[in-house]
Design a protein around this ligand. Structure first.
Ligand code: SF4
Length: 171
């Protein structure tokens, strides 16, 4: 029997607040953003699918928890959640982060600048998520989120490989 995973989304928003406060106090804490960015991918690569989105994500938790009373609860237009838009957003975010990291560390690793780059990246995506959550439904960001999309791509790829492997074995 598989054990049912417990969701921590009712309170995991606390991590996002702690991250923002610590990073404002000292930009070096921004380095913690790496945890938020890599955990979804690591879980997906380990075969847990979108477990991060469903059970842990502090950003998703924060959007869902606080935007309900102020959200207009509109539906995001269909075109905006197409794969084309999600791929473009993923590409734009990865490019922005890569360029930011390059500039931060071009004279050798710099913890302060790296932390600031990650903090800026995380808060920028959170602000976009908040704006989208107000205009549309609270967790609308999750419909286009590059991390969620990247995780879904990994998950799909792994499942596809598993099916091909099973087919080959049964032949
Ligand atoms: S889609 Fe993005 S913001 Fe939403 S739960 Fe997943 S990782 Fe978090």
């Amino acid at each position: 029997m598989t054990k049912k995973r417990k969701s921590h989304q009712a309170w995991s928003w606390v991590f996002m607040i702690v991250f923002i406060v610590l990073s404002i106090i000292d930009f070096r804490f921004g380095i913690l953003g790496i945890i938020c960015m890599t955990t979804p991918m690591i879980l997906a690569l380990r075969g847990s699918g979108k477990a991060h989105c469903s059970f842990y994500c502090p950003r998703g938790s924060l959007l869902g928890k606080f935007l309900k009373p102020i959200s207009f609860h509109n539906n995001l237009p269909k075109w905006a959640k197409s794969n084309k838009v999600k791929n473009m957003l993923l590409f734009a975010m990865v490019s922005m982060l890569t360029i930011g990291m390059f500039h931060a560390n071009r004279e050798g690793f710099n913890l302060m600048k790296t932390g600031f780059t990650l903090f800026r990246f995380m808060t920028a995506s959170l602000l976009v998520g908040i704006m989208m959550g107000i205009v549309f439904k609270p967790r609308t960001w999750c419909q286009v989120c590059p991390m969620g999309h990247g995780t879904a791509i990994i998950d799909k790829g792994l499942k596809g490989r598993k099916i091909t492997k099973e087919k080959n074995l049964s032949q």
